[in-house]
Design a protein around this ligand. Sequence first.
Ligand code: PNS
Length: 160
Amino acid sequence: MINAIYPGSFDPLTLGHMDIIKRAANMFDNLTIAVLDNMEKMPLFSVEERVKILEKATIDMKNVRVIAFNGLLVDYAKENDIHVSVRGLRSDTDFEYELMIAQNNNVLSEEALDTVFLATKPEYIFISSSGVKEIAHFGGDITKYVPPFVKELVYNKYVK
Ligand code: PNS
């Protein structure tokens, strides 16, 4: 059994995240989506809201579970017998950042946690959670960026 973890902020969940989740869920026996609640001081969605959103989006994926997570990824992975971390890669700028995180995790875990990178599909390469927030903030159309139910939740956050 290979247990994998997909960590991230998911603020908000995008179509790019969804594609990585579907592919990783097909690739591994179990996939834990770990929603980090310690990195952003002012997230658009609370960690509880983000967990609920991810649970709704993955309701039909039987080998996927969603957890809120605070602390070091390697500690959670060790406690839960997880040896693979999954991350999506969009570009060379992502790569520099991701390589640093992957190497830190590998060293901190004493090589117990490795990272598998999935290449983002070309149709999602322009999507980022921060871009979604900026576009929505100025009233732009985020239909092509997030699942339909998430679109409504994001717009609701910006209603004055
Ligand atoms: O979606 P994001 O914000 O790019 O995800 C970054 C994340 C959450 C994967 C990364 O910040 C992380 O794993 N944080 C947990 C703390 C940790 O384990 N840090 C050590 C590795 S640098």
